[in-house]
Structure formats: C-alpha cells, structure tokens
Design a protein around this ligand. Structure first.
Ligand SMILES: C[S@@+](CC[C@H](N)C(=O)[O-])C[C@H]1O[C@@H](n2cnc3c(N)ncnc32)[C@H](O)[C@@H]1O
Length: 277
C-alpha cells in the first residue's frame, strides 16, 4: 500500500470507523493510554508530540497530566479523527493542539519536542526511516520516544479472528507483515533497524501482554465497523444475505473470548523506547 493508500484508508472507511467507534476503542485500549500517561512526569514543563493521535485519547490524557506548564500536540493524517479530537479537547477544557498532517513528511520545528508518544500510530509509514528521522530531528537533545506497537498477528489471535472466520465468504486484502499496517512493527529486529537507521539511540523493546476488554453488547458493533471485515461489511458490494451470514459466523468465532458480559483478550505488544540523545 502506498502513502496515498494510507491517506485514503484513514480519511475513508477506517477513519470513519474509528470516529464512530471512538468510545468503544478508547475503552478497549484504555490500559495503553494509562501506560503512556503515567510515564509522563506530572506537571513537567515539556512539549509532547502524539503521533497518529487519532481521536485524541492519549493526547488528552497527557495534557491533563502535564497541566499548564507543558503542552501536548497530536498529529494525524485523518481529518475526521482530528476534528473529533479537537471537539473532545474543547469539551474537556484542555489546551491541546491537533494538527492534520502526514507525520512522515511534516516539517516539524527542529529540536522543539521533549517527548514523542504513540498508541498504535507509527506502523503506517511507507518509508519508516524517513518518518523516524524527521521525528528525531523534531526532538531536542536528550528527548525521548515512547511508542506502543503490536507484536505479530500470530500472537494476537483476537485481532485476526474476524478475518479468519469471514475468509470463506469474503475476499479480503492479504496481510503483508512488511507493508504499512497494524503488524508492521511486529519484528523486533526490523524495529531496531528502523530506529537505528533513523539515528535514535538507547533502544529498548519490551514485550508487554496487556489484558483488554469490551462489553459483550459492543461485539457486533466492533465486528461491523473495524478492521478488514468491518470495511468489507460496510462496502456497497456486499448483499444483505452475505452480510448476515458473515456477521453470524464472525460473532460465533469470538465465542472463546466471551466471559459473561465482557469480551476479553490479551494484547501482545511492544513498548518501544528510544532516546534522541
Ligand atoms: C490504529 S490508529 C490509532 C489511533 C490513536 N493513536 C489511538 O490509539 O486511538 C492509527 C492512527 O494513525 C494515523 N496515521 C496513519 N498514517 C499516518 C501518518 N503518515 N501520519 C499521521 N498519522 C497517521 C491514522 O489516521 C490513525 O488515526
């Protein structure tokens, strides 16, 4: 997929889905927002940049933690997601800047940032070395990177349950582990090479296994909106009967994750830290 394809994806079906499912996803990924916010020194006079900030949960959590002395800016390629993030900042009375930009190509002011954070927003660059070099130039000497990314699809069965169940009924795009996408940072050697080639130092990749959940009542919404199956189910090409069959089969496939009123899974991720030293 080219950068234009990522731009189109996140300004199209994927971005719309993330806006529509914002509260569901923020509940699901709340442990990751907490992890990034709690690592933020409270009240620090720091400039923080949230890459691929989406609808803004992490930026808002960091801004609340920083207070008036520091400042957080969220950057995302998807205009609708940034619009939602801005609305949320206004509603929360928080001063956060949200910028619509491609973080790989954006001209960030040099040495203007103390800390770069990201919750699942840095795996979509078609030239990750260009992106991480720019992000390093944006970071002041001694500043840091703290990003959360997914480990492999094999270690994250929940994330591919829908497409495996739907595969006999739908033609879905193949997942290419080396192409921009959810699992593009699964291989730790690849991540280390990208960061080293971009000039980052003191790399630390820590495997973390994080319990996540959504309410059982939200499972159908999750399936209908998100990932490749969600996109296929919302496409104009699918007829009502196939849609109903796919939904039923996929919902059934999630049965092993249902516990009472909740759907629970463990997210297998990398906590990536580096220094702009
Ligand atoms: C999986 S979502 C995560 C969103 C958000 N960080 C969260 O946790 O809710 C990935 C985000 O990366 C954004 N993104 C993808 N490519 C980007 C790029 N080149 N520059 C900036 N944002 C990008 C997408 O628009 C999307 O909002």
């Amino acid at each position: 997929m080219t950068d234009n394809a990522q731009h189109a994806l996140w300004n199209g079906l994927a971005g719309q889905a993330w806006v529509q499912a914002q509260s569901l996803l923020d509940g699901m990924f709340a442990p990751f927002a907490r992890l990034l916010a709690q690592a933020q020194p409270a009240g620090a006079v720091q400039q923080v940049l949230d890459i691929g900030c989406g609808t803004g949960a992490v930026s808002l959590a960091i801004a609340a933690r920083l207070g008036s002395g520091g400042h957080c800016t969220g950057v995302d390629i998807a205009a609708a997601m940034i619009e939602r993030a801005r609305q949320r900042a206004r509603d929360a009375g928080l001063e956060v800047d949200f910028v619509v930009a491609d973080a790989q190509r954006h001209a960030f002011a040099p040495a203007s940032v103390d800390r770069i954070v990201s919750r699942f927003g840095v795996m979509f660059f078609d030239d990750p070395v260009q992106a991480f070099t720019r992000l390093r130039h944006a970071t002041r000497h001694g500043g840091s990177l703290h990003a959360l990314t997914w480990r492999s699809a094999a270690e994250n069965a929940f994330m591919t349950t829908a497409e495996r169940a739907a595969a006999p009924m739908l033609t879905l795009p193949a997942r290419d582990p080396d192409a921009p996408g959810q699992f593009a940072f699964a291989d730790p050697d690849r991540v280390r090479a990208i960061l080293t080639d971009s000039g980052w130092t003191e790399l630390q990749l820590t495997a973390i296994d994080v319990p996540c959940q959504i309410p059982r009542r939200d499972l159908r919404t999750y399936i209908s909106l998100l990932g490749p199956v969600g996109s296929a189910l919302r496409s104009a090409d699918i007829d009502a009967a196939t849609r109903a069959r796919v939904l039923a089969a996929v919902e059934q496939a999630f049965a092993p994750f249902v516990e009472g009123d909740s759907v629970r899974f463990t997210a297998a991720c990398w906590e990536v830290r580096a220094s702009a030293g």
